[in-house]
Write a protein that binds this ligand. Structure first.
Ligand code: GLP
Length: 250
Protein backbone atom coordinates (compact mmCIF):
# COMPACT_ATOMS: atom_id res chain seq x y z
CA UNK A 1 0.00 0.00 0.00
CA UNK A 2 1.40 3.39 -1.01
CA UNK A 3 0.45 6.49 0.97
CA UNK A 4 0.71 9.97 -0.51
CA UNK A 5 0.12 12.98 1.73
CA UNK A 6 -0.60 16.22 -0.15
CA UNK A 7 -0.67 19.71 1.34
CA UNK A 8 -4.36 20.34 0.65
CA UNK A 9 -7.56 18.96 -0.84
CA UNK A 10 -7.00 20.49 -4.29
CA UNK A 11 -3.60 18.85 -4.73
CA UNK A 12 -4.88 15.49 -3.42
CA UNK A 13 -7.77 15.64 -5.91
CA UNK A 14 -5.38 16.63 -8.73
CA UNK A 15 -3.14 13.63 -7.99
CA UNK A 16 -6.09 11.21 -8.18
CA UNK A 17 -7.26 12.87 -11.42
CA UNK A 18 -3.71 12.55 -12.83
CA UNK A 19 -3.63 8.81 -12.08
CA UNK A 20 -7.09 8.21 -13.52
CA UNK A 21 -6.23 10.11 -16.72
CA UNK A 22 -2.93 8.20 -17.08
CA UNK A 23 -4.75 4.89 -16.74
CA UNK A 24 -7.36 5.92 -19.32
CA UNK A 25 -4.64 7.13 -21.71
CA UNK A 26 -2.89 3.75 -21.43
CA UNK A 27 -6.14 1.77 -21.69
CA UNK A 28 -9.03 3.85 -23.09
CA UNK A 29 -11.52 1.00 -22.59
CA UNK A 30 -10.77 0.76 -18.85
CA UNK A 31 -13.46 -0.40 -16.46
CA UNK A 32 -13.68 2.23 -13.72
CA UNK A 33 -15.09 1.61 -10.26
CA UNK A 34 -16.57 4.91 -9.08
CA UNK A 35 -17.61 6.31 -5.71
CA UNK A 36 -20.02 8.96 -4.45
CA UNK A 37 -19.93 11.26 -1.42
CA UNK A 38 -18.76 14.79 -0.73
CA UNK A 39 -15.08 13.82 -1.15
CA UNK A 40 -15.73 12.88 -4.76
CA UNK A 41 -17.44 16.13 -5.76
CA UNK A 42 -14.18 18.06 -6.42
CA UNK A 43 -12.72 15.01 -8.19
CA UNK A 44 -15.62 14.87 -10.65
CA UNK A 45 -15.43 18.65 -11.13
CA UNK A 46 -11.72 18.30 -11.93
CA UNK A 47 -12.34 15.45 -14.38
CA UNK A 48 -15.08 17.45 -16.13
CA UNK A 49 -12.64 20.38 -16.47
CA UNK A 50 -9.97 18.09 -17.94
CA UNK A 51 -12.51 16.57 -20.34
CA UNK A 52 -13.64 20.01 -21.51
CA UNK A 53 -10.06 21.04 -22.18
CA UNK A 54 -9.47 17.87 -24.22
CA UNK A 55 -7.15 16.15 -21.74
CA UNK A 56 -9.23 13.00 -21.18
CA UNK A 57 -11.98 11.04 -22.88
CA UNK A 58 -14.31 8.44 -21.40
CA UNK A 59 -15.75 7.42 -24.79
CA UNK A 60 -14.48 3.85 -24.60
CA UNK A 61 -14.60 3.40 -20.82
CA UNK A 62 -17.21 1.68 -18.68
CA UNK A 63 -18.05 2.44 -15.08
CA UNK A 64 -19.52 0.59 -12.13
CA UNK A 65 -20.45 2.56 -9.04
CA UNK A 66 -19.99 1.13 -5.58
CA UNK A 67 -23.43 1.49 -4.12
CA UNK A 68 -27.01 2.73 -4.15
CA UNK A 69 -29.66 3.20 -1.47
CA UNK A 70 -32.37 0.54 -1.34
CA UNK A 71 -35.75 1.94 -2.36
CA UNK A 72 -34.40 4.85 -4.38
CA UNK A 73 -35.00 5.09 -8.10
CA UNK A 74 -32.58 6.90 -10.43
CA UNK A 75 -34.71 10.06 -10.44
CA UNK A 76 -34.69 10.47 -6.67
CA UNK A 77 -32.61 13.59 -5.95
CA UNK A 78 -30.68 11.83 -3.15
CA UNK A 79 -30.01 8.66 -5.12
CA UNK A 80 -26.45 7.93 -6.15
CA UNK A 81 -27.70 7.51 -9.74
CA UNK A 82 -28.81 11.15 -9.61
CA UNK A 83 -25.55 12.27 -7.96
CA UNK A 84 -23.43 10.61 -10.64
CA UNK A 85 -25.58 11.87 -13.50
CA UNK A 86 -25.59 15.45 -12.27
CA UNK A 87 -21.98 15.65 -11.08
CA UNK A 88 -20.24 13.64 -13.78
CA UNK A 89 -21.98 11.57 -16.44
CA UNK A 90 -24.01 14.47 -17.90
CA UNK A 91 -20.82 16.44 -18.56
CA UNK A 92 -18.45 13.91 -20.15
CA UNK A 93 -18.51 11.54 -23.13
CA UNK A 94 -19.33 8.07 -21.82
CA UNK A 95 -21.37 6.11 -24.39
CA UNK A 96 -25.03 5.44 -23.54
CA UNK A 97 -25.22 2.29 -21.40
CA UNK A 98 -21.59 2.49 -20.26
CA UNK A 99 -22.42 3.60 -16.71
CA UNK A 100 -23.71 1.13 -14.15
CA UNK A 101 -25.00 1.46 -10.60
CA UNK A 102 -26.73 -1.13 -8.45
CA UNK A 103 -30.52 -1.15 -8.85
CA UNK A 104 -31.65 0.02 -5.42
CA UNK A 105 -35.26 0.34 -6.61
CA UNK A 106 -35.53 -3.33 -7.62
CA UNK A 107 -38.42 -5.24 -5.99
CA UNK A 108 -35.76 -7.87 -5.19
CA UNK A 109 -32.60 -5.97 -4.16
CA UNK A 110 -30.75 -9.19 -3.21
CA UNK A 111 -31.25 -10.53 -6.71
CA UNK A 112 -30.25 -7.13 -8.17
CA UNK A 113 -27.04 -7.32 -6.11
CA UNK A 114 -26.20 -10.77 -7.51
CA UNK A 115 -26.88 -9.51 -11.04
CA UNK A 116 -24.62 -6.50 -10.46
CA UNK A 117 -21.76 -8.70 -9.24
CA UNK A 118 -22.16 -10.82 -12.38
CA UNK A 119 -22.16 -7.73 -14.63
CA UNK A 120 -18.83 -6.58 -13.15
CA UNK A 121 -17.41 -10.03 -13.81
CA UNK A 122 -18.81 -10.05 -17.36
CA UNK A 123 -17.14 -6.68 -18.03
CA UNK A 124 -13.78 -8.28 -17.17
CA UNK A 125 -13.50 -6.85 -13.66
CA UNK A 126 -12.51 -3.39 -12.48
CA UNK A 127 -9.24 -1.88 -13.75
CA UNK A 128 -9.24 1.07 -11.35
CA UNK A 129 -11.41 1.32 -8.25
CA UNK A 130 -11.77 4.81 -6.78
CA UNK A 131 -12.80 4.85 -3.12
CA UNK A 132 -13.70 7.34 -0.42
CA UNK A 133 -13.85 6.32 3.23
CA UNK A 134 -16.56 6.74 5.83
CA UNK A 135 -15.79 8.18 9.27
CA UNK A 136 -16.22 4.70 10.70
CA UNK A 137 -13.81 3.20 8.17
CA UNK A 138 -16.40 1.90 5.70
CA UNK A 139 -15.67 1.67 1.98
CA UNK A 140 -18.59 1.51 -0.43
CA UNK A 141 -21.27 0.78 2.15
CA UNK A 142 -19.32 -2.09 3.72
CA UNK A 143 -19.91 -1.28 7.36
CA UNK A 144 -17.76 -2.41 10.32
CA UNK A 145 -18.11 -6.00 11.52
CA UNK A 146 -19.16 -7.45 8.18
CA UNK A 147 -17.22 -10.07 6.24
CA UNK A 148 -13.85 -9.23 4.69
CA UNK A 149 -14.70 -11.48 1.75
CA UNK A 150 -18.17 -10.13 0.97
CA UNK A 151 -19.63 -9.73 -2.52
CA UNK A 152 -22.26 -7.32 -3.80
CA UNK A 153 -25.23 -7.53 -1.46
CA UNK A 154 -27.80 -5.64 0.63
CA UNK A 155 -26.14 -4.00 3.66
CA UNK A 156 -27.80 -2.39 6.68
CA UNK A 157 -26.27 1.01 7.28
CA UNK A 158 -24.63 1.85 10.60
CA UNK A 159 -26.37 4.61 12.60
CA UNK A 160 -23.16 6.70 12.37
CA UNK A 161 -23.22 6.42 8.55
CA UNK A 162 -26.85 7.50 8.35
CA UNK A 163 -26.05 10.39 10.66
CA UNK A 164 -23.03 11.43 8.53
CA UNK A 165 -25.11 11.27 5.34
CA UNK A 166 -28.05 13.20 6.82
CA UNK A 167 -26.37 16.35 5.45
CA UNK A 168 -27.37 15.32 1.92
CA UNK A 169 -31.06 15.04 2.92
CA UNK A 170 -33.58 17.70 3.90
CA UNK A 171 -34.65 18.01 7.55
CA UNK A 172 -37.87 16.04 7.02
CA UNK A 173 -36.08 13.14 5.31
CA UNK A 174 -33.69 10.56 6.70
CA UNK A 175 -31.24 8.38 4.77
CA UNK A 176 -32.55 4.88 3.95
CA UNK A 177 -31.66 2.05 6.31
CA UNK A 178 -30.21 -0.19 3.63
CA UNK A 179 -28.09 -0.01 0.51
CA UNK A 180 -26.87 -2.36 -2.18
CA UNK A 181 -23.08 -2.26 -2.05
CA UNK A 182 -20.25 -3.89 -3.91
CA UNK A 183 -18.50 -6.18 -1.43
CA UNK A 184 -14.99 -6.04 0.00
CA UNK A 185 -13.86 -9.06 -2.04
CA UNK A 186 -15.17 -7.38 -5.18
CA UNK A 187 -13.19 -4.24 -4.33
CA UNK A 188 -10.11 -6.37 -3.60
CA UNK A 189 -10.45 -7.97 -7.06
CA UNK A 190 -9.90 -4.56 -8.71
CA UNK A 191 -6.53 -4.47 -10.41
CA UNK A 192 -5.74 -1.06 -8.88
CA UNK A 193 -7.33 0.85 -6.04
CA UNK A 194 -7.02 4.54 -5.17
CA UNK A 195 -8.60 5.75 -1.93
CA UNK A 196 -9.03 9.51 -1.54
CA UNK A 197 -9.61 10.99 1.93
CA UNK A 198 -9.66 14.68 2.77
CA UNK A 199 -10.49 16.66 5.89
CA UNK A 200 -10.00 16.28 9.61
CA UNK A 201 -13.18 14.24 10.15
CA UNK A 202 -11.55 11.31 8.31
CA UNK A 203 -8.34 11.25 10.33
CA UNK A 204 -9.39 8.53 12.78
CA UNK A 205 -10.66 6.28 9.99
CA UNK A 206 -7.45 6.84 8.02
CA UNK A 207 -5.29 6.01 11.03
CA UNK A 208 -7.29 2.86 11.79
CA UNK A 209 -7.27 1.74 8.14
CA UNK A 210 -3.56 2.32 7.54
CA UNK A 211 -1.97 1.69 10.94
CA UNK A 212 -4.44 -0.55 12.73
CA UNK A 213 -4.80 -4.30 12.32
CA UNK A 214 -6.58 -5.71 9.28
CA UNK A 215 -9.95 -6.13 10.89
CA UNK A 216 -13.67 -6.15 10.18
CA UNK A 217 -13.82 -3.29 12.69
CA UNK A 218 -12.30 -1.03 10.00
CA UNK A 219 -13.35 -2.35 6.59
CA UNK A 220 -10.86 -0.11 4.72
CA UNK A 221 -7.98 -1.88 6.55
CA UNK A 222 -8.41 -4.78 4.11
CA UNK A 223 -6.63 -2.58 1.55
CA UNK A 224 -3.38 -3.22 3.47
CA UNK A 225 -3.37 -6.58 1.69
CA UNK A 226 -4.16 -5.25 -1.81
CA UNK A 227 -1.22 -5.60 -4.24
CA UNK A 228 -1.76 -2.17 -5.88
CA UNK A 229 -3.51 0.25 -3.52
CA UNK A 230 -2.66 3.94 -3.22
CA UNK A 231 -4.03 6.07 -0.41
CA UNK A 232 -4.15 9.79 -1.27
CA UNK A 233 -4.60 12.13 1.69
CA UNK A 234 -4.54 15.81 2.44
CA UNK A 235 -2.71 16.92 5.59
CA UNK A 236 -5.89 17.02 7.67
CA UNK A 237 -6.92 13.47 6.80
CA UNK A 238 -3.34 12.37 7.62
CA UNK A 239 -3.25 14.26 10.93
CA UNK A 240 -3.84 11.24 13.21
CA UNK A 241 -1.23 9.00 11.62
CA UNK A 242 1.27 7.82 14.24
CA UNK A 243 3.98 7.04 11.74
CA UNK A 244 3.55 10.21 9.73
CA UNK A 245 7.25 10.35 8.91
CA UNK A 246 6.86 7.10 6.96
CA UNK A 247 4.39 8.92 4.71
CA UNK A 248 6.43 12.00 3.84
CA UNK A 249 4.64 14.78 1.98
CA UNK A 250 4.32 13.80 -1.66
C1 GLP B 1 -20.71 7.29 1.74
C2 GLP B 1 -20.47 6.34 0.55
C3 GLP B 1 -19.01 5.99 0.45
C4 GLP B 1 -18.22 7.23 0.72
C5 GLP B 1 -18.31 7.59 2.17
C6 GLP B 1 -17.72 8.94 2.51
O1 GLP B 1 -21.73 6.95 2.56
N1 GLP B 1 -21.24 5.16 0.54
O2 GLP B 1 -18.74 5.43 -0.82
O3 GLP B 1 -16.85 7.02 0.42
O4 GLP B 1 -19.62 7.43 2.63
O5 GLP B 1 -18.52 9.97 2.06
P1 GLP B 1 -18.07 11.48 2.11
O6 GLP B 1 -17.05 11.64 1.04
O7 GLP B 1 -19.32 12.26 1.84
O8 GLP B 1 -17.50 11.74 3.45
Amino acid sequence: MRVRVLPDEASAVALVADRLCEILAAKPDSVLGLATGGTMEPLYAELVTRFRSGHVSFAQAKSFNLDEYVGMGPDHPQSYHHFMQRRFFDHVDFQPGANHLPDGASPDPAQAADAYEASIRDAGGIDLQILGIGRNGHIGFNEPHGSLCSRTRVETLAPSTREANQRFFSEDQTPPRQAVTVGLATIMDARRVILLATGQDKNWAVHAALEGPVSTRTPASVLQTHPDATIVLDRMAASALEFEDRHALA
